[in-house]
Design a protein around this ligand. Structure first.
Ligand SMILES: Cc1cc2nc3c(=O)[nH]c(=O)nc-3n(C[C@H](O)[C@H](O)[C@H](O)COP(=O)(O)OP(=O)(O)OC[C@H]3O[C@@H](n4cnc5c(N)ncnc54)[C@H](O)[C@@H]3O)c2cc1C
Length: 478
């Protein structure tokens, strides 16, 4: 056998590779904006990793992905191997490579980042996932596995439930995910637009779970189609609640009921899930006027504003705090700006005005100033008396946060909640025996990776509860 050539030395001083992007002038469709590294860029970026003795990035990743090892595979040009390393911990390299807030976790902890720009771990993850797509498509063509262990019901098909399913099915549990909507993925499907997360990536990674033996039941609302008790009667031995935070907060200002005023939840669901941008070819419309004002500063606000721009509307994001306090991913803010979204900081809506037909025409705003930090650690905004002003708006989108949907909690009073969120203990257990919960329904609006962390913790707790001796169940039939 020929000896393999020596591995090149790490080169952290090489400039961090920029992600190639779709030209802003072409961003008038839902086509993906971030195009992914070229092979050459992936090599340079992988070599920037120092392969640290104590890889702080791994501890900082809520899923403890072995980042050091997957990057080393990439240095060797073994992209399939890199994908396999990531897949040991995560069923979603393609999804997380695109939407995870790496700058808050692994990249924040990257040692290279102390002197230079941190290694672009997210973009490398995405490269490995994209490279593995063909192989994955082949893999899922085979017969799905047939697990034979105890039955577990997971409610909601967002990232919290999906990773719980991944972990449980690999331990041979018979896992069924019940989803209220007709599509799978939770916010990944209805909230995050295709221009950030192409649907085929999501569908392919979910198809892999199906191939591992996870069953999916859509258009099934637990709390309406069946209660939790009825799931137990059906033979499920544990239940995980990953029902997310799908109830949008309202602005609670006069004029909020005018036509043309949406919550981000409704606006994005129409566009992402119902493909309203294809109306009348698709049955669901969305009304977007000449000028759109999106209220808020998180990912939902950026997504709604970027959609409004794609539909040809002059778009302003109105945010009551300053630029430094924006909660959206830095990349999304940059892309929104490139696409012509205007930002108006330190301003809040006071009232909406409409025409005689009931359509919104203008928003009254008030200037704000920042005071002392609030409980979130961010400086709290306060209105400046007498600073009211009006701006024209034919479309208004309120993207000011979301609370857990109360449907299930309402019919399940034995489930303890605090301010609408399901209360769990450190093992993910709710107040009901063998009922676990995690993700946004516990945290309120959070992030994909923290929802996944919770789903993983709950899967481990379910396994402990159903297999007290900690053993795997019999191996699945293939
Ligand atoms: C527009 C938007 C953009 C975002 N962008 C990012 C981003 O770029 N990066 C990031 O890290 N985070 C982002 N987030 C946050 C992230 O998406 C969420 O934190 C994450 O999806 C929460 O996962 P989850 O599994 O807890 O719930 P969800 O993803 O909300 O999924 C819950 C699912 O449960 C279903 N469900 C609810 N009740 C029932 C019931 N009774 N029966 C059956 N099914 C039910 C819902 O229909 C839904 O499909 C974004 C959020 C939004 C709204």
């Amino acid at each position: 056998m020929k000896p393999s050539p020596p591995r090149p030395k790490p080169d952290p001083k090489a400039p961090r590779q920029p992600l190639p992007l779709l030209d802003p002038a072409l961003r008038h469709t839902p086509a993906e904006v971030a195009l992914g590294f070229t092979g050459e860029q992936a090599k340079i970026e992988a070599l920037r990793c120092l392969q640290c003795q104590k890889p702080t990035c791994i501890d900082a990743c809520p899923l403890n992905i072995d980042i050091k090892r997957f990057i080393l595979r990439m240095v060797d040009g073994d992209y399939a191997g890199a994908h396999e390393v990531i897949s040991e911990q995560s069923p979603f390299p393609g999804v997380c490579g695109r939407v995870c807030q790496h700058e808050l976790f692994c990249e924040e902890a990257c040692i290279v980042g102390r002197r230079w720009d941190p290694v672009a771990i997210g973009a490398l993850e995405r490269f490995a996932a994209d490279h593995a797509r063909l192989r994955m498509q082949e893999l899922v063509k085979g017969e799905p596995r047939k697990p034979t262990g105890p039955k577990v019901a997971l409610v909601g098909s967002g990232p919290a439930s999906l990773i719980a399913a991944y972990d449980l099915v690999r331990l041979n549990y018979r896992v069924t995910i019940f989803e209220a909507l007709h599509r799978l993925g939770g916010v990944l499907a209805y909230g995050i637009p295709n221009f950030r997360l192409p649907r085929e990536i999501l569908h392919e990674e979910i198809a892999r779970l199906q191939n591992l033996g996870v069953e999916f039941v859509t258009s099934f609302i637990v709390g309406k189609s069946a209660t939790i008790e009825e799931l137990f009667e059906e033979g499920y031995e544990a239940v995980f609640l990953g029902t997310g935070a799908g109830l949008p907060y309202l602005m609670e200002i006069p004029g909020e009921n005018l036509a043309g005023v949406y919550t981000a939840n409704e606006f994005l669901t129409r566009l992402n899930l119902m493909e309203a941008y294809r109306f009348p070819e698709r049955p669901t419309p969305v009304h977007v006027g000449k000028r759109t004002v999106v209220v808020g500063g998180g990912n939902s606000a950026m997504d709604a504003a970027r959609w409004a721009r794609r539909l040809g509307s002059e778009t302003t994001i109105l945010y009551r705090r300053g630029r430094a306090e924006l909660k959206a991913r830095i990349e999304e803010i940059k892309h929104a700006e490139e696409e012509g979204v205007r930002f108006e900081f330190l301003a809040a809506p006071v009232a909406l005005y409409g025409d005689p037909h009931g359509f919104v025409t203008a928003m009254e705003c008030i200037r704000m100033e920042l005071g002392e930090p609030d409980e979130s650690g961010r400086r709290s905004p306060a209105p400046i008396p007498g600073s009211e002003y009006r701006i024209p708006a034919e479309t208004v989108v309120a993207a000011i946060g979301q609370a857990p949907n109360p449907t299930l909690q309402r019919v399940t009073p034995q489930l303890h909640t605090r301010r609408g969120k399901i209360v769990i203990d450190e093992a993910g257990r709710t107040s009901m025996n063998l009922v676990f919960a995690g993700g946004d329904v516990v945290r309120g609006g959070s992030t994909v990776i923290l929802a996944m962390k919770d789903g993983r913790a709950a899967a481990a707790a379910i396994h402990r509860a159903l297999s007290p001796n900690g053993g795997n169940h019999d191996q699945p039939d293939h």
